[in-house]
Design a protein around this ligand. Sequence first.
Ligand code: ANZ
Ligand code: ZN
Length: 831
Amino acid sequence: MSTTDATHVTASYHPAEVERKWQQRWEEQGINRWTAEELRSAEKPFYNLMMFPYPSAEGLHVGNIYAFTGADIYGRFKRLQGHQVFQPIGFDAFGIHSENFALKQGINPMELIPRNVERFTKQLRRGGLMYDWSHTVDTTHPAYYKWTQWVFLQLYKAGLAEKKEAPVNWCPSCNTVLANEQVVGGLCERCDTPVEMRFLSQWFFKITNYAGRLLENLKTLDWSDTTRKAQENWIGRSEGAELQFPIARPKVADDRHASAEIQAEKPVIRVFTTRPDTVFGATYMVLAPEHPLVAQITTDEQRASVDEYRRQASAQDLVTRKKTDKTKTGVWTGGYAVNPATRQEIPVWIADYVLMEYGTGAIMAVPGHDERDFEFAQAFGLPIVRVVAGEGEDADAPLAEAYTGAGRLVNSGEFDGMEVAESKRVVTEWLAGMGLGEQRINYRLHDWTISRQRYWGPPIPILYCDACGIVPVPEDQLPVELPFIADYKPDASGISPLARHEEWYRTTCPSCGGQARRETDVSDTFLDSAWYFLRYPSTDHDALPFDPQITKKWLPVDSYIGGNEHAVMHLLYARFVTMALHDMGHIHFEEPFTRFRAHGLIVKEGSKMSKSRGNVVVPDEYIADWGADTIRTYLMFLGPYQEGGDFRDSGISGPYNFLSRVWDSVLSSVDRPLEAAVEQKMHATIKKVTEDLEVLSYNTAIAAMMEYLNVVRAGGRTPERAAVEPLVRLVAPFAPHLAEELWERLGHAESIFVEARWPTFDAEKAVADTVEFVVQVNGKVRARMEMARGIAEAEARDAALADEHVQRWIEGKQVRKTIFVPDRLLNLVVG
Ligand code: ANZ
Ligand code: ZN
């Protein structure tokens, strides 16, 4: 389908020509490029960052252009305000997105992805984006991932990388481990296959060491609220206690020595609880099915059922496991533990509603006051005891459901009568005195699984040597290059494709010279993107990941814009890596993104764009037909940038006509003093657009410019040059090519982005002489009227009473009272 519409090309505005000319000029003159020297000496540096794309498709779609344009407008605005704006772009080209695309095309990613990068680059250049193409990064380039591997080694050296056996989400169709975030409703986010749980030996980054700081610092960041909230929930701080329940009858069937040892150590079950105050009501315990103590506690009589239950539980994925609303199932181990408060023996169960990865993987169950425990106790006939009584309830008041409200302790020995809030601390201290408890803060956040059993990523820079064990690759031997292999497809073995290549993984140990084997897993793509913003300004430097002087000058990032789907993974990982590098002394700041704004999403005629629906908008054709300036302006006019909008072909002519009108107005303008009304509107418009751009309210800024142009051209009047010249500057962030051309035709020699400054306004002149009054009759809005600013109550009242709309509502009645808010509102109370 062609979007060409013959009426949209006016006699003089030819976007194609103008855009070609200026894109070429920008390139030739290096208008957006920075030399290393310039980067070093910048005086008002402004680092304007946007999330870089995955080149994992045929090309960019309009959603990418939307995101980039919004960020580009902000960058151009800052530049016109006199900042030196560094605005780079790159390609997040490693990872499962790109690899899956290559698999689908049947072309090795090492051949395919560079082609995609080229295609993306062409499209981006056509979009009129102010990128410094001399500072791009491609995460798949050895010159880049050498430093990704370096980052891994720094974390390893700092004790933040660790190898451990862990349950993971396994997608049997993609043949890979998935992060929890990639499992949606028990299915793989990419291919909708049910996800299974597997145990694999993996590399982890200990992001949990930083949980507290990652949470605390959020308060200091100027970020979109939704994003901050998402991180807060993801980190999930819980305040409570870790309590110990001694195992009552350890049973070790086959080893008498082990049995004796365990008894000597007085084995305990540790639980994390947010309600230590309810410990007197703990009538049983539950271990996660995978808990290491299960084998030891389970009696011979119960072993068969316990083993069967564990088998079933392990067939589930980690996300289904976390559902709180499913029917409670579980099995008694046959063993008991001692409640440290009541000293009573209580049975120990296993059940899948307790998760191994949270807290300690074990709970004290308090059915009287926890909904899940209540349901479980009812299902299995376990005792339910009330230990908290609300207002007006007594110790024996029956429980029809778990009571989770406030109140005082009952059936709790010496603590009876104490308020819940206070007793949390007091009970914990009492148990701590016996060596059976301590206060603890727990986080929902998990360590970050780095290993991917796939081909398309940077090899993890680790060696395994029989004599020396785990040996990090020496930094001077980086990069560990990803070899080209034909059999890059993953298979069901769960073993990385590189593990099929002995010629690659066999090597010598740098420490003893003996035989060693390379790690054959590659690292998670999120590691590539966790530090790329550090690399951009330093791409001229090969000897270092980031030049200290340049980094000091340009970082942290001043403005970052991207999708909110990255709220918890990318944005959290980048913060973690930055914090860790800061603590190791590599960088001077601990938060990478001073300001972050999430942009909205573009839908097509009301529905999400998707390949299967066939409604994906490819920007190229639209840009060819209408010009990038029009498409940019159109996209930003769709709705609030941070909310998104609906792409409709029929809407494009509006912004096109607006730009054509700007064009005509400038070219037909004459030297003549500004008329007062135009001057007032001009100052008001400059003020409005300036304020709107600062908060990314692009649609309202465009509306204000349109309104201004209507005033300038009212009744077909010839515009004053002084009226349209500032408009060229205001429109420049949106329609940079058009602005450049008009700027030149207004007689300027240099690029508008080099030479011009953002127009300023006179706050007094920006204020209109009239204001819009809301006129109410008995509190209901009946009219809106223009009145002189500062009008007195009596005059406003007379004016309102003279208005026929208002008269209709007071006919035959008397005005008993007026309520007057100066310059805003007049309410006539009639009766
Ligand atoms: C006893 C208790 C009594 C609890 C009560 C709650 C209410 P949040 O707020 O999410 O941190 N819990 C602890 N570890 C668990 C695990 N691995 N799997 C499932 N549940 C677990 O929740 C903390 C509470 O969740 C803990 O406090 C524990 O139940 C449960 F009236 O302990 B509570
Ligand atoms: Zn060795």
